[in-house]
Every structure is written in C-alpha cells, then in structure tokens.
Write a protein that binds this ligand. Sequence first.
Ligand SMILES: [Zn+2]
Length: 118
Amino acid sequence: MTPSGNRVFKDPVVRLSAGLDAVLPVAVLTALPQVARLTPAERRRLAKECADTVTAHGDDLLYGGPHCTTTFAALARGLAAGALQPGGVTVAGHHFCASPHEDCPTPGAAALHARLNS
Ligand SMILES: [Zn+2]
C-alpha cells in the first residue's frame, strides 16, 4: 500500500492498481509458452488485437467493468508477445523479456531466460 491509497505508482504514464500490479507478471509468464508457439506474423497479429482490446476497454481493466477479464487476458498475451521480441517490453515498471539482452533491467531473470529457450 502506498501513501496515496491502493495505487502503485512506478511509471509516470501507466498506473496499475496494486492488485493488477501484483498479478500481471504471473499472467504474462503464464501466457508466454502459448504465445511463443506462434509464428512471428501470428504474434504481430495477436499483439495488434490485444492492443486494440486494451485501447477499447482499458477503463474496465483499471476501474472494473464488463470487459475487465478479457482485457486483462489481452494485456497479458500482448505483453507476452512483446516479451518475445528482442529487448522485451517494459510497462508500468515491469520488464518482460524472454532472452538475455544488453541493458536488461532484470538480469536476475537469466534462469527464466534459460527455461523459456530450452
Ligand atoms: Zn530484459
């Protein structure tokens, strides 16, 4: 809990609720194996579809609403697609990557990198 309530402020642009902040890494890791099986073209298509869903229903994700669950799944799958790109993806203070790279802010994830690539 932060002094400002139940919001976690790690990023000046994207602010996640404390609950979302806690479960997002697990959701992305859960989505990674399925997304990793896609071809690069399929992954790009998935990332676009996920971005469209988050754009359309991000308010439900942040404040609750009828599309909260599907939007959360889209966010996790889209970030999994981003994690598989060189250099990974960083959002709201979370960095997701599936292979070692220069300037990785989470070099301790080397064991995860090895597991994802085996
Ligand atoms: Zn990284």
